[in-house]
Design a protein around this ligand. Structure first.
Ligand code: UDP
Ligand code: MG
Length: 329
Protein backbone atom coordinates (compact mmCIF):
# COMPACT_ATOMS: atom_id res chain seq x y z
CA UNK A 1 0.00 0.00 0.00
CA UNK A 2 1.21 3.47 -0.68
CA UNK A 3 -1.47 6.07 -0.22
CA UNK A 4 0.11 9.49 0.21
CA UNK A 5 -3.07 11.57 0.43
CA UNK A 6 -5.03 9.73 3.12
CA UNK A 7 -2.69 7.07 4.46
CA UNK A 8 -3.88 4.49 6.94
CA UNK A 9 -1.79 5.10 10.05
CA UNK A 10 -1.00 2.46 12.66
CA UNK A 11 0.50 3.79 15.88
CA UNK A 12 2.57 0.91 17.25
CA UNK A 13 2.99 0.96 21.02
CA UNK A 14 5.03 -1.58 23.02
CA UNK A 15 3.69 -2.09 26.54
CA UNK A 16 5.34 -3.95 29.38
CA UNK A 17 3.72 -3.79 32.82
CA UNK A 18 2.08 -0.49 31.99
CA UNK A 19 -1.23 -0.77 33.85
CA UNK A 20 -0.53 2.52 35.62
CA UNK A 21 -0.02 4.52 32.47
CA UNK A 22 -2.03 2.86 29.69
CA UNK A 23 -5.50 4.07 30.77
CA UNK A 24 -4.12 7.63 30.75
CA UNK A 25 -2.21 7.61 27.47
CA UNK A 26 -4.43 5.35 25.33
CA UNK A 27 -7.13 8.04 24.85
CA UNK A 28 -4.41 10.53 23.91
CA UNK A 29 -3.29 8.30 21.04
CA UNK A 30 -6.86 7.80 19.90
CA UNK A 31 -7.45 11.55 20.12
CA UNK A 32 -4.42 12.11 17.93
CA UNK A 33 -5.74 9.73 15.28
CA UNK A 34 -9.12 11.47 15.37
CA UNK A 35 -7.47 14.90 15.01
CA UNK A 36 -5.28 13.76 12.12
CA UNK A 37 -8.27 12.14 10.42
CA UNK A 38 -10.40 15.26 10.96
CA UNK A 39 -7.64 17.35 9.39
CA UNK A 40 -7.75 15.01 6.38
CA UNK A 41 -4.14 13.93 6.91
CA UNK A 42 -4.78 10.25 7.62
CA UNK A 43 -7.55 7.80 6.88
CA UNK A 44 -10.31 7.27 9.48
CA UNK A 45 -9.40 3.55 9.25
CA UNK A 46 -6.20 4.26 11.17
CA UNK A 47 -5.55 2.27 14.35
CA UNK A 48 -3.75 2.32 17.67
CA UNK A 49 -1.91 -1.04 17.84
CA UNK A 50 -0.73 -2.08 21.30
CA UNK A 51 1.88 -4.79 21.64
CA UNK A 52 1.75 -6.45 25.02
CA UNK A 53 5.27 -7.66 25.73
CA UNK A 54 4.43 -10.50 28.10
CA UNK A 55 3.32 -8.18 30.91
CA UNK A 56 2.84 -9.70 34.33
CA UNK A 57 0.18 -7.21 35.40
CA UNK A 58 -3.24 -6.41 33.92
CA UNK A 59 -1.89 -4.63 30.83
CA UNK A 60 -3.31 -7.20 28.41
CA UNK A 61 -6.72 -7.06 30.07
CA UNK A 62 -6.69 -3.28 29.72
CA UNK A 63 -5.79 -3.60 26.03
CA UNK A 64 -8.63 -6.09 25.49
CA UNK A 65 -11.08 -3.75 27.21
CA UNK A 66 -9.90 -0.84 25.10
CA UNK A 67 -10.34 -2.93 21.95
CA UNK A 68 -13.87 -3.80 22.99
CA UNK A 69 -14.66 -0.15 23.68
CA UNK A 70 -13.52 1.32 20.37
CA UNK A 71 -12.62 -0.38 17.08
CA UNK A 72 -9.70 2.00 16.62
CA UNK A 73 -7.87 0.21 19.42
CA UNK A 74 -6.36 -3.15 18.54
CA UNK A 75 -3.72 -5.24 20.27
CA UNK A 76 -1.44 -8.21 19.97
CA UNK A 77 0.28 -10.07 22.74
CA UNK A 78 3.70 -11.67 22.72
CA UNK A 79 3.86 -15.12 24.24
CA UNK A 80 6.41 -13.88 26.79
CA UNK A 81 8.54 -10.87 27.59
CA UNK A 82 11.11 -10.42 24.84
CA UNK A 83 12.15 -6.82 25.37
CA UNK A 84 11.26 -3.49 23.87
CA UNK A 85 13.00 -3.97 20.52
CA UNK A 86 11.29 -7.27 19.77
CA UNK A 87 7.94 -5.85 20.83
CA UNK A 88 8.28 -2.92 18.44
CA UNK A 89 9.36 -5.27 15.65
CA UNK A 90 6.37 -7.56 16.26
CA UNK A 91 4.03 -4.58 16.04
CA UNK A 92 5.63 -3.19 12.90
CA UNK A 93 5.57 -6.55 11.14
CA UNK A 94 1.95 -7.06 12.12
CA UNK A 95 1.05 -3.61 10.82
CA UNK A 96 3.02 -3.53 7.59
CA UNK A 97 0.45 -5.35 5.44
CA UNK A 98 -2.52 -3.48 6.84
CA UNK A 99 -1.53 0.14 6.64
CA UNK A 100 0.35 2.77 4.67
CA UNK A 101 2.37 4.18 7.53
CA UNK A 102 3.34 3.22 11.07
CA UNK A 103 4.54 5.41 13.91
CA UNK A 104 6.25 3.58 16.78
CA UNK A 105 6.13 5.31 20.14
CA UNK A 106 6.46 4.36 23.83
CA UNK A 107 3.27 4.15 25.82
CA UNK A 108 4.43 6.21 28.79
CA UNK A 109 3.63 9.65 27.38
CA UNK A 110 7.29 10.72 27.32
CA UNK A 111 7.35 11.34 23.59
CA UNK A 112 5.29 14.29 22.44
CA UNK A 113 2.46 12.92 20.31
CA UNK A 114 2.01 16.30 18.63
CA UNK A 115 5.16 15.62 16.63
CA UNK A 116 3.08 13.08 14.68
CA UNK A 117 1.52 15.89 12.63
CA UNK A 118 4.91 16.93 11.29
CA UNK A 119 5.86 13.27 10.74
CA UNK A 120 2.75 12.62 8.66
CA UNK A 121 3.34 15.87 6.74
CA UNK A 122 6.88 14.72 5.93
CA UNK A 123 5.47 11.43 4.64
CA UNK A 124 2.97 13.30 2.52
CA UNK A 125 5.93 15.24 1.13
CA UNK A 126 7.53 12.00 -0.03
CA UNK A 127 9.63 10.77 2.90
CA UNK A 128 9.51 7.05 3.70
CA UNK A 129 11.12 7.27 7.15
CA UNK A 130 10.82 10.15 9.61
CA UNK A 131 12.96 10.08 12.76
CA UNK A 132 11.67 11.73 15.92
CA UNK A 133 14.62 13.55 17.46
CA UNK A 134 14.67 15.04 20.94
CA UNK A 135 15.13 18.77 20.80
CA UNK A 136 16.49 19.00 24.33
CA UNK A 137 17.18 16.81 27.30
CA UNK A 138 16.14 19.42 29.82
CA UNK A 139 13.84 17.04 31.71
CA UNK A 140 16.59 14.42 32.12
CA UNK A 141 18.95 14.32 35.05
CA UNK A 142 22.51 15.41 34.32
CA UNK A 143 23.63 11.79 34.65
CA UNK A 144 21.08 10.46 32.13
CA UNK A 145 21.89 13.27 29.70
CA UNK A 146 25.62 12.74 30.01
CA UNK A 147 25.42 8.95 29.63
CA UNK A 148 22.98 9.20 26.72
CA UNK A 149 25.09 11.73 24.83
CA UNK A 150 28.30 9.78 25.43
CA UNK A 151 26.44 6.74 24.16
CA UNK A 152 25.73 8.35 20.76
CA UNK A 153 29.30 9.58 20.47
CA UNK A 154 30.67 6.15 21.32
CA UNK A 155 28.32 4.45 18.85
CA UNK A 156 29.39 6.74 16.04
CA UNK A 157 33.08 6.40 16.94
CA UNK A 158 32.63 2.62 16.78
CA UNK A 159 31.13 2.77 13.32
CA UNK A 160 27.48 2.18 14.19
CA UNK A 161 25.78 5.13 12.59
CA UNK A 162 22.68 6.21 14.42
CA UNK A 163 20.58 9.34 14.22
CA UNK A 164 21.62 11.63 17.08
CA UNK A 165 19.14 11.76 19.96
CA UNK A 166 16.67 9.52 18.17
CA UNK A 167 15.17 6.67 20.13
CA UNK A 168 12.40 4.52 18.70
CA UNK A 169 9.84 7.24 17.99
CA UNK A 170 9.67 7.19 14.21
CA UNK A 171 7.41 6.99 11.20
CA UNK A 172 8.03 4.22 8.70
CA UNK A 173 6.04 3.73 5.54
CA UNK A 174 4.77 0.29 4.56
CA UNK A 175 7.21 0.41 1.65
CA UNK A 176 10.18 0.93 3.99
CA UNK A 177 8.84 -1.80 6.27
CA UNK A 178 8.57 -4.29 3.39
CA UNK A 179 12.27 -3.77 2.79
CA UNK A 180 13.04 -3.77 6.50
CA UNK A 181 11.34 -7.16 6.83
CA UNK A 182 14.19 -8.61 4.75
CA UNK A 183 16.65 -7.81 7.56
CA UNK A 184 16.50 -11.18 9.27
CA UNK A 185 18.89 -10.72 12.16
CA UNK A 186 17.81 -11.75 15.63
CA UNK A 187 20.17 -9.32 17.39
CA UNK A 188 17.89 -6.33 17.11
CA UNK A 189 18.99 -2.76 17.39
CA UNK A 190 16.26 -1.00 15.49
CA UNK A 191 17.56 2.54 15.61
CA UNK A 192 20.80 1.39 14.02
CA UNK A 193 19.15 -0.94 11.50
CA UNK A 194 16.46 1.39 10.16
CA UNK A 195 18.90 3.91 8.61
CA UNK A 196 20.38 1.00 6.63
CA UNK A 197 17.07 0.71 4.75
CA UNK A 198 17.73 4.05 3.09
CA UNK A 199 14.97 5.89 1.16
CA UNK A 200 14.17 9.54 1.54
CA UNK A 201 14.07 10.37 5.23
CA UNK A 202 14.05 13.35 7.53
CA UNK A 203 13.98 14.27 11.23
CA UNK A 204 11.30 15.96 13.29
CA UNK A 205 12.25 17.53 16.63
CA UNK A 206 10.12 17.03 19.71
CA UNK A 207 10.29 17.63 23.45
CA UNK A 208 10.61 14.61 25.67
CA UNK A 209 8.61 14.79 28.90
CA UNK A 210 8.73 12.95 32.20
CA UNK A 211 7.06 9.56 32.38
CA UNK A 212 3.35 10.13 33.18
CA UNK A 213 3.18 7.21 35.64
CA UNK A 214 4.91 3.94 36.45
CA UNK A 215 8.65 3.36 36.34
CA UNK A 216 11.30 3.19 33.65
CA UNK A 217 12.31 -0.30 32.52
CA UNK A 218 15.68 0.97 31.38
CA UNK A 219 18.02 1.23 34.33
CA UNK A 220 21.72 1.90 33.73
CA UNK A 221 22.57 -1.79 33.39
CA UNK A 222 20.04 -2.24 30.56
CA UNK A 223 21.21 0.98 28.90
CA UNK A 224 24.80 -0.27 28.92
CA UNK A 225 23.80 -3.62 27.53
CA UNK A 226 21.77 -1.90 24.78
CA UNK A 227 24.80 0.26 23.94
CA UNK A 228 27.09 -2.75 23.77
CA UNK A 229 24.55 -4.66 21.69
CA UNK A 230 24.19 -1.66 19.41
CA UNK A 231 27.90 -1.52 18.73
CA UNK A 232 28.49 -5.22 18.29
CA UNK A 233 25.35 -5.75 16.20
CA UNK A 234 26.17 -3.03 13.72
CA UNK A 235 29.92 -2.84 13.43
CA UNK A 236 33.07 -4.97 13.53
CA UNK A 237 35.20 -1.94 14.34
CA UNK A 238 35.94 -3.12 17.93
CA UNK A 239 37.57 -6.26 16.51
CA UNK A 240 39.66 -4.13 14.16
CA UNK A 241 40.65 -1.92 17.09
CA UNK A 242 41.76 -5.04 18.96
CA UNK A 243 43.91 -6.06 16.01
CA UNK A 244 45.43 -2.59 15.89
CA UNK A 245 45.98 -2.62 19.63
CA UNK A 246 47.59 -6.09 19.41
CA UNK A 247 50.01 -4.81 16.77
CA UNK A 248 50.89 -1.84 18.96
CA UNK A 249 51.52 -4.03 22.01
CA UNK A 250 53.63 -6.41 19.89
CA UNK A 251 55.70 -3.51 18.59
CA UNK A 252 56.28 -2.09 22.06
CA UNK A 253 57.27 -5.54 23.39
CA UNK A 254 59.63 -6.02 20.48
CA UNK A 255 61.34 -2.74 21.31
CA UNK A 256 61.38 -3.86 24.96
CA UNK A 257 63.06 -7.14 24.02
CA UNK A 258 65.75 -5.34 22.05
CA UNK A 259 66.30 -3.00 25.00
CA UNK A 260 66.54 -5.99 27.40
CA UNK A 261 69.10 -7.69 25.12
CA UNK A 262 71.19 -4.52 24.93
CA UNK A 263 71.04 -4.16 28.72
CA UNK A 264 72.07 -7.81 29.17
CA UNK A 265 75.01 -7.39 26.76
CA UNK A 266 76.09 -4.27 28.63
CA UNK A 267 76.00 -6.31 31.81
CA UNK A 268 73.29 -4.30 33.63
CA UNK A 269 71.22 -6.59 35.81
CA UNK A 270 67.48 -6.22 35.30
CA UNK A 271 65.86 -4.97 38.47
CA UNK A 272 62.19 -4.22 39.25
CA UNK A 273 60.14 -7.30 39.97
CA UNK A 274 57.05 -5.17 40.77
CA UNK A 275 57.05 -3.28 37.49
CA UNK A 276 57.43 -6.51 35.51
CA UNK A 277 54.59 -8.14 37.36
CA UNK A 278 52.29 -5.16 36.87
CA UNK A 279 52.97 -5.10 33.15
CA UNK A 280 52.21 -8.82 32.91
CA UNK A 281 48.97 -8.38 34.84
CA UNK A 282 47.93 -5.38 32.77
CA UNK A 283 48.57 -7.12 29.47
CA UNK A 284 46.69 -10.24 30.65
CA UNK A 285 43.75 -8.04 31.58
CA UNK A 286 43.78 -6.41 28.18
CA UNK A 287 43.92 -9.82 26.55
CA UNK A 288 40.93 -11.01 28.52
CA UNK A 289 38.92 -7.94 27.49
CA UNK A 290 39.88 -8.54 23.87
CA UNK A 291 38.84 -12.18 24.13
CA UNK A 292 35.57 -11.03 25.67
CA UNK A 293 34.83 -8.71 22.76
CA UNK A 294 35.62 -11.43 20.25
CA UNK A 295 33.53 -13.85 22.31
CA UNK A 296 30.62 -11.40 22.09
CA UNK A 297 30.76 -11.55 18.30
CA UNK A 298 30.98 -15.33 18.31
CA UNK A 299 27.99 -15.41 20.63
CA UNK A 300 26.08 -13.23 18.18
CA UNK A 301 27.00 -15.51 15.29
CA UNK A 302 25.77 -18.44 17.38
CA UNK A 303 22.43 -16.76 18.06
CA UNK A 304 22.02 -15.78 14.41
CA UNK A 305 22.84 -19.30 13.23
CA UNK A 306 19.88 -20.72 15.15
CA UNK A 307 17.35 -18.70 13.14
CA UNK A 308 14.98 -18.59 16.07
CA UNK A 309 11.79 -16.55 15.69
CA UNK A 310 12.20 -12.96 16.80
CA UNK A 311 8.74 -12.80 18.31
CA UNK A 312 5.84 -15.12 18.88
CA UNK A 313 2.35 -13.69 18.94
CA UNK A 314 0.06 -15.59 21.25
CA UNK A 315 -3.06 -13.43 21.12
CA UNK A 316 -4.81 -10.77 19.12
CA UNK A 317 -7.75 -8.61 20.09
CA UNK A 318 -9.37 -9.46 16.78
CA UNK A 319 -10.34 -12.71 15.14
CA UNK A 320 -7.72 -13.46 12.49
CA UNK A 321 -10.26 -15.35 10.32
CA UNK A 322 -12.98 -12.72 10.22
CA UNK A 323 -11.04 -9.61 11.32
CA UNK A 324 -13.81 -8.96 13.84
CA UNK A 325 -13.09 -7.83 17.36
CA UNK A 326 -13.23 -10.77 19.77
CA UNK A 327 -16.17 -10.70 22.14
CA UNK A 328 -14.56 -12.75 24.92
CA UNK A 329 -11.01 -12.96 26.09
N1 UDP B 1 8.93 -2.05 27.09
C1 UDP B 1 8.62 -3.28 26.51
N2 UDP B 1 9.29 -4.40 26.94
C2 UDP B 1 10.25 -4.35 27.91
C3 UDP B 1 10.58 -3.08 28.47
C4 UDP B 1 9.90 -1.95 28.04
O1 UDP B 1 7.77 -3.37 25.63
O2 UDP B 1 10.81 -5.40 28.26
C5 UDP B 1 8.21 -0.84 26.62
C6 UDP B 1 7.58 0.00 27.72
O3 UDP B 1 6.28 -0.44 28.03
C7 UDP B 1 7.58 1.38 27.10
C8 UDP B 1 8.81 1.36 26.21
O4 UDP B 1 9.14 0.00 26.00
O5 UDP B 1 6.45 1.62 26.28
C9 UDP B 1 9.98 2.12 26.80
O6 UDP B 1 10.27 1.66 28.12
P1 UDP B 1 10.57 2.65 29.31
O7 UDP B 1 9.65 3.81 29.27
O8 UDP B 1 10.55 1.83 30.55
O9 UDP B 1 12.07 3.12 28.99
P2 UDP B 1 12.69 4.61 29.06
O10 UDP B 1 11.73 5.52 28.36
O11 UDP B 1 12.83 4.92 30.49
O12 UDP B 1 14.01 4.49 28.34
MG1 MG C 1 9.90 5.79 28.86
Amino acid sequence: MNNREHPILYIVIPCYNEEAVLPITAPLFLGKIRDLAAAGKVSPDSRVLFVNDGSKDTTWQIICDLAASDPHYIGISQSRNRGHQNAVLAGLMEAKDRCDITISIDCDGQDDINAMDAMVDAYRDGCEIVYGVRSSRATDTFFKRFTAESFYKLLNAMGAEVVYNHADYRLMSARALQEFAKFKEVNLYLRGMVPLVGFKSTCVAYERHERIAGESHYPLSKMLSLAFDGITSLSVKPIRLITGFGCLVALVSFIGVIWAVIQAVLGNTVSGWASTTSIVCFVSGVQLICLGVIGEYIGKIYMESKHRPRYIISDRTWDTETSNIKEEH
